[in-house]
Design a protein around this ligand. Structure first.
Ligand SMILES: CC(C)(COP(=O)(O)OP(=O)(O)OC[C@H]1O[C@@H](n2cnc3c(N)ncnc32)[C@H](O)[C@@H]1OP(=O)(O)O)[C@@H](O)C(=O)NCCC(=O)NCCSC(=O)c1cc(O)c2ccccc2c1O
Length: 265
């Protein structure tokens, strides 16, 4: 596959996948998600690879979720089909990160917001730069991830904190995220990739079968949430067609305060 939105490299048993859309803070469009799936699947299929690092280009953002400028009145830019009605194959991307038998390390170099936050949550490990900022934003922009993005998040940070994260849509520092158990390690920005590579290298030295079985075992406990995700994504496909959802996207794109008052019933 010819990659436009993603950079993909493999070295010494480690695959590195970089979302490369810094002009929109590494927000993803349908093409980006397809390229991410392709890259993860290649790393999955390559027996020389033992661990994957996911990061974002530049120093501003890891990923800020769905590209709001590429979102039309019925979802993102590639509607229907495998996108399940939301126009993005995000559910397949989530499943691929979880199902691949090799640990995925998120190297969070800036904002991890919205669907970008969900991506790091689903990675096996998260290493953050001191300047990283974390948070959900769906309810501000007319969206939600009512599957793995909420229920699996609650497994990590606890029910109260997960509800706070989604209901208030605040941003949290790397230190706050670490205290919640969302981040494994914080390092200075210029040490981020070196540390991620160091951790990945330590994994690559281990028994691949042991690592695979451990990942499957950790996943098994939350596997039922994938069923909830299917229902959530299907409902989102319908929600994206509403004026309420459009108001959230329009307010962001038009850089104005959002007004959901008229949708309160
Ligand atoms: C991340 C920010 C807080 C940064 O704010 P700051 O003021 O520092 O910078 P700017 O706002 O000026 O941003 C710089 C530049 O980048 C553009 N940009 C940033 N994020 C996006 C984005 N997501 N889409 C499109 N463009 C973006 C921004 O417009 C600027 O460009 P200019 O040309 O105008 O200079 C702040 O940027 C921010 O809050 N961003 C929005 C983040 C957001 O709301 N994301 C969530 C969207 S919903 C989502 O991600 C989502 C994805 C899924 O896949 C789902 C799947 C299933 C269920 C739900 C999903 C879901 O909700």
């Amino acid at each position: 596959m010819e990659l436009q939105d993603v950079m993909y490299e493999k070295r010494e048993g480690i695959a590195k996948i970089t979302i490369n859309r810094p002009e929109v803070y590494n927000a993803f469009r349908a093409q980006t998600v397809q390229e991410l799936i392709w890259s993860f699947r290649d790393a999955w299929d390559d027996n020389r690879i033992g661990a994957v690092i996911l990061t974002g280009a530049g120093e501003k953002a890891f990923c800020t979720g769905g590209d709001q400028k590429n979102k039309g009145d019925s979802g993102y830019d590639s509607s229907g089909g495998l996108g399940g009605g939301i126009g993005l194959e995000i559910e397949n991307l989530h499943r691929t990160i979880r199902a691949m038998p090799k640990p995925v390390i998120a190297a969070v170099n800036g904002y991890a917001i919205g669907g970008g936050h969900v991506l790091h949550v689903l990675c096996d490990l998260t290493i953050a730069s001191e300047t990283a900022l974390f948070g959900q934003s769906g309810p501000k922009v007319g969206s939600y991830d009512a599957g793995l993005g909420s229920a699996y998040l609650a497994r990590i940070v606890g029910e109260k904190k997960a509800r706070e994260i989604w209901y208030l849509c605040e941003k949290y520092t790397a230190q706050e995220a670490k205290e919640m158990g969302l981040v494994n390690k914080i390092v200075p920005q210029d040490e981020l990739m070196g540390t991620a590579e160091d951790w990945a290298g330590k994994i690559v030295e281990k028994s691949p079968t042991a690592i695979k079985m451990l990942k499957y075992s950790f996943n098994a406990d939350s596997a039922n949430i994938e069923g909830i995700s299917q229902i959530a994504m299907a409902s989102l496909g319908m929600f994206y067609k509403t004026d309420e959802s459009a108001e959230g996207r329009n307010a962001f794109v038009e850089k104005r305060p959002v007004d959901f008052k008229k949708f309160r019933q």
